[in-house]
Design a protein around this ligand. Structure first.
Ligand SMILES: [Mg+2]
Length: 199
């Protein structure tokens, strides 16, 4: 049986942060405009800059990330879902393209406990599968025993590339990218219901 049809409960759940656990908190068009990188993805544009320009652009990104983290709001159902996972003995990881400091700000602000954190300082960022594989390794589970949950194209691409069952959180949007998630839910309430009917 292929993993795509496997509906067994995961041993570990990997989450994206911005837009998934929290309400979307970064104003990407504004950040990109201040950084002067056009429409290009932020981390990839940073990687191509010379040292001086990169330092300036990173300062802009950090300022936005920190301000957003301090005002972050959890998505509906987040706390109930994380409580359910604890009850079921399913460990959690957070995988983000954001900085480690902004992750810690969000977790402290909402008193969330997540077993494993993988930020952009730890691995090549999504859509590369490396941070998802690292999270599985740190959780002590195989990729086939994990679910990846995220609201973005990179989450689905990274999950598929890692061979992980990936749940796309649509937030009511129509999917506008090619990568096919294993499952689609509207929000974390629906993901919680999905878990409740698994064995
Ligand atoms: Mg996201």
């Amino acid at each position: 049986m292929s993993s795509s049809s496997d509906t067994s409960l995961p041993r570990g759940m990997l989450f994206d942060m911005d837009g998934t656990l929290t309400e979307p908190m970064l104003d990407f068009p504004r950040i990109k405009s201040e950084m002067g990188i056009g429409q290009r993805p932020i981390l990839e544009a940073l990687a191509e800059m010379d040292e001086r320009r990169r330092a300036e652009a990173q300062a802009i990104l950090h300022r936005h990330e920190e301000a957003a983290a301090r005002c972050s709001v959890l998505n509906p159902g987040c706390r109930d879902l994380l409580d359910d996972l604890i009850t079921r003995g399913i460990n959690t990881a957070l995988i983000t393209r954001n900085s480690r400091v902004s992750v810690e700000t969000v977790l402290q602000r909402h008193a969330l406990s997540i077993s494993v954190l993988v930020s952009r300082e730890d691995a090549v960022p999504k859509p590369d599968p490396a941070p998802l594989r690292l999270a599985c390794q740190r959780l002590g589970i195989a990729e086939a025993e994990a679910w990846m949950v995220g609201d973005g194209q990179y989450d689905v691409e990274a999950g598929n590339a890692a061979g992980i069952r990936t749940v796309w959180v649509s937030l009511g949007r129509v999917r506008n990218f090619d990568a096919h998630p294993w499952r689609e839910v509207r929000d974390l309430h629906e993901l919680r219901q999905m878990l409740a009917v698994q064995h």
